[in-house]
Design a protein around this ligand. Structure first.
Ligand SMILES: *[C@@H]1O[C@H](CO)[C@@H](O)[C@H](O)[C@H]1NC(C)=O
Ligand SMILES: [Zn+2]
Length: 258
């Protein structure tokens, strides 16, 4: 699930991105396609970097990088060049895991979505109606008992979650942060890719999914900060993931290392 900002609307319209796939390596079609190429992912994002509780998730709107461009991706099975627009998360609760994709039957604690828009389209809203409109990178986060944390970027974000507990509250994430900092040290060469659909009125298949096999490990005490967020009705914002859908014969590709 992710959220498409609608310029003309107050707040956010929720769109179902058809995420939540059950991926097993045996079902995936293994192919030697190219790796994802990341550009400006190593550059500092301009400030302010804002995170907002929109009632469905903690959402970060991505600014330009320090060279005045957007961070963008190409390669993989992406049908074009896609600029990074926003980041959000899906999580579980103290006794459940919350990733939308399962990899070989395993659900992870949290799934981070980095939403990108095809440069051919002016807005995310427009892109969401096009078959080649959006590309989402899915990164699994795994809670581990350790107290030591090495993931500088994600920890800086998670440290700010106590500032967005209330619905519609926002905070800024200060200091230098790059998109690579968000990816941590995952190996980006191994991933699954498939076409997902939006349940917008014309049901356009608009998302090319790229879900990395590797996961980021974070201390459980950091992951626990998600569970304190509250929704529009001041109820706990937990388990904000969509249940896995049948693959329905759609091909899921797995990149094999060349
Ligand atoms: C997505 O669909 C398009 C059009 O059918 C196809 O060319 C492309 O290979 C598909 N991509 C994936 C990842 O399945
Ligand atoms: Zn999502």
């Amino acid at each position: 699930m992710f959220f498409v900002p609608m310029v003309a609307m107050d707040g956010w319209m929720m769109a179902d991105d058809g995420g939540g796939g059950m991926v097993t390596s045996s079902q995936a079609i293994r192919k030697p396609f190219p790796r994802i190429r990341f550009t400006n992912y190593n550059r500092a994002l301009q400030s302010p970097l804002m995170m907002t509780n929109n009632g469905h998730t903690a959402n970060i709107v991505l600014p330009l990088t320090n060279n005045g461009q957007r961070a963008f991706i190409e390669g993989g099975l992406l049908p074009g060049t896609f600029e990074a627009q926003s980041v959000h998360f899906h999580w579980g609760s103290a006794n459940s895991r919350g990733s939308e994709h399962l990899i070989n039957g395993q659900r992870y604690d949290v799934e981070m979505h980095i939403v990108h828009k095809n440069v051919r389209y002016a807005t995310v809203a427009e892109a969401s109606l096009r078959s080649d409109g959006l590309a989402v990178l899915g990164v699994m986060l795994q809670a581990v008992p350790s107290l030591i944390s090495t993931h500088f970027g994600l920890n800086r974000i998670l440290d700010r979650l106590p500032q967005v507990i209330e619905y519609q509250s926002s905070t800024t994430i200060a200091g230098r942060l790059t998109m690579n900092d968000l990816l941590g040290d995952i190996s980006t060469g191994r991933f699954y890719s498939y076409n997902g659909s939006l349940t917008t009125p014309d049901c356009a298949e608009s998302v090319t999914w790229t879900v990395f096999s590797d996961s980021v490990k974070l201390p459980r005490r950091q992951v626990a900060k998600f569970w304190d967020l509250l929704d529009e009705r001041s109820l706990p914002l937990i388990n904000n993931y969509r249940n896995p859908q049948e693959i329905n014969g759609r091909p899921i590709f797995q990149r094999t290392l060349i």
